[in-house]
Design a protein around this ligand. Structure first.
Ligand SMILES: O=P(O)(O)OC[C@H]1O[C@H](OP(=O)(O)OP(=O)(O)O)[C@H](O)[C@@H]1O
Ligand SMILES: O=C(O)c1cc(=O)[nH]c(=O)[nH]1
Length: 214
C-alpha cells in the first residue's frame, strides 16, 4: 500500500527525473529472485542527489511516524537501504541497525549489525520490493533477535500478488512511497516510454515470474 497518492506521484516523478528507471527488454535484467525483467528501478541513485534524497528521507520520516508511531529503532535492509535508512533514523533521532542477507562467516558472525535489544520496536526500511523475500528475511533475522516489528517502509514496490501474500503471511504491514502503478501512469503521460515498450511491459507484468525465460 502507498502512504499517500501525492507522495507516490512525486516519488515516481523524481525516479524518472534521475533516470533510476532502466528499460532493456533486449537484454533483460536478472533480479535478486532470479526473475528476468525488462525493467529495473535503481533506487541507489537517490543517494547521489541531495535534494531528492532529502525528499525521500523526509517523506519516510513523516509517514513512518504517522503510520506506525515512533519506533525505538530503524533497521535498513542491506545494502540498498543502509544509506537511506541512516538518513531516516537521523531525521527521527533514532538508533539504526542494518540486516545482512545472511550472517557473516567471520568476525562476530552477525546478521543484524548494530545495537538492538530484545523487545524493541523496529520499523524496517527497504529500497525496493519485488517478491518481498529479501525484506522478509531481514524481518525474520530481526525477530530472531527479539525485535518487535512495527512495519516495513519501502521506496518502491512492483505490487506483485506474491509479495502481498508473503507480507500477509509474515504479518507485516508494508507501506511504500511509490509503486509500479503510479510510475507507469506517469511514464506513459510524460512519454518517457514508447508504445512498444509499453506493450513489452504489459506482457511482462502479466507473467513476471516466468517472463523472458525461454
Ligand atoms: O523483493 P525481492 O525479490 O527480494 O527483491 C528486492 C531486493 O533486491 C534488491 O537487493 P539486491 O539483492 O540486488 O542487493 P543490494 O540491496 O545489495 O543491491 C533490493 O535492494 C531488494 O532488497
Ligand atoms: O528484484 C530485484 O532484484 C530488483 C528489481 C529492481 O527493479 N530494482 C532493484 O534494485 N532490484
Amino acid at each position: 500500500m502507498i502512504f499517500n497518492k501525492d507522495t507516490a506521484e512525486k516519488t515516481a516523478e523524481l525516479l524518472l527525473q534521475i533516470n533510476a528507471i532502466k528499460l532493456n527488454p533486449e537484454n533483460p535484467f536478472t533480479w535478486a529472485s532470479g526473475w528476468k525483467s525488462p525493467i529495473y528501478c535503481d533506487n541507489r541513485l537517490i543517494l547521489s542527489f541531495p535534494i531528492i534524497r532529502n525528499y525521500v528521507r523526509d517523506e519516510f520520516a513523516k509517514n513512518i511516524e504517522k503510520q506506525f508511531g515512533k519506533p525505538d529503532v530503524i533497521a535498513g535492509v542491506a545494502t540498498g537501504a543502509i544509506g537511506i535508512g541512516i538518513l531516516v533514523a537521523e531525521s527521527l533521532g533514532l538508533p539504526f541497525v542494518y540486516v545482512r542477507p545472511e550472517a557473516k562467516k567471520h568476525g562476530r558472525q552477525n546478521q543484524v549489525e548494530g545495537f538492538l535489544q530484545k523487545g524493541q520496536n523496529v520499523v524496517v526500511v527497504e529500497d525496493l520490493i519485488s517478491t518481498g523475500n529479501s525484506s522478509l528475511m531481514a524481518v525474520e533475522a530481526l525477530r530472531n533477535e527479539g525485535a518487535n516489528i512495527k512495519g516495513m517502509a519501502a521506496i518502491f514496490t512492483y505490487g506483485f500478488g506474491v509479495a502481498e501474500e508473503n507480507f500477509k503471511s509474515a504479518n507485516i504491514d508494508l507501506y511504500t512511497l511509490s509503486n509500479y502503478e503510479n510510475l507507469l501512469e506517469l511514464a506513459v503521460q510524460k512519454q518517457y516510454i514508447t508504445e512498444e515498450q509499453q506493450s513489452t511491459l504489459q506482457e511482462w507484468n502479466a507473467i513476471p515470474s516466468t517472463w523472458g525465460q525461454d
